[in-house]
Design a protein around this ligand. Sequence first.
Ligand SMILES: [Zn+2]
Length: 381
Amino acid sequence: MAGRAASKVLSGARVVLPTGTVDNGRVIVEGGRIAGAAPADAPSVDLSGHWIVPGFVDMHVHGGGGASFTSGTAEDVLRGVRTHREHGTTTIAASTVTGEMDVLARQAALLSELVQQGDLAGIHFEGPFISPCRKGAHSEDLLRDPDPAEVRKLIDAAHGTARMVTLATELPGGIDSVRLLAEHGVIAAIGHTDATYEQTVEAIDAGATVATHLYNAMPALGHRTPGPIAALLEDERITVELINDGTHLHPAALELAYHRAGADRVAFITDAMDAAGFGDGMYDLGPLAVEVRDGVARLVDGGSIAGSTLTLDTAFKRAVTIDRLPVEDVVRSVSANPARLLGVDDRVGSLEPGKDADLVVLDADFTLKGVMRKGAWVIEP
Ligand SMILES: [Zn+2]
């Protein structure tokens, strides 16, 4: 019955609810949503020995399945979306990379259509308003200062679907741009930044609420120069993105951040590029050439890490089995928190009656066995 949104009862699993884990729990699916009671004739699916957790929400991802969200075709975007869905990510905000302003505007127009039709949950602009000192895999000659008028142009091109802009808030115009984004209900995310501790505090006070892949593309934590990392971790208004692929972060660095911020202030992201769920080889990240070897993506020119090949099922499994984080905490960091930030937590992010029946079935070792989106199996367990 794969693909059909019929009513069904998923039974026998350990179900992670907002209130905690229920052993031998039931999830009732009706009309694409989670229901409070089952019709008498609803077929039962026995998932004994498995976990059921909410579908994952990725607020920072550039592509997957060999396709990029910024290639300019809807087919490519949907191929990437499908690949991540098969790895449990039922809600996706598409991330762009630095490009010419008119190219970004065209990409935004296409992505916004896919948001309107429900395939994406929003757009995240990563660049071009970032620091040349911390450019990572962004083209240096296309970077620009965050002039609020230009920031405004970019979010206007997204027709109300821009959810987040990553910017280096210490650059000229940075603080005014943070205020502008906050006024328009778009998340100002601090990232690819060379800011000091004090400059970061100023940006948070102006309205920034997310740290883009904490630790990566920002000054390291120093005992006399704590830099952005300390400022972002200590402030309750900030949610920190973490890339839990074992390459971007040492497990000890992840643990330090996770315990300082707490489960409710962490969003696990993939920052994945085209090779996620696809394989090694040569790819493009925006205008730059990338080689993926042994699952690690690096710029051909200079060798900078260029996004990841991570999928959130792997990030989830690592968090539980390697980082030893409680399952309930990981669920908040991989589903509830990003759903709240993207403004879609009325529909997704937790298993509650009335919300979309978006869920992931994991075996006892936390390996993905099934994915349901809006009541239909993407992968039938
Ligand atoms: Zn990114």
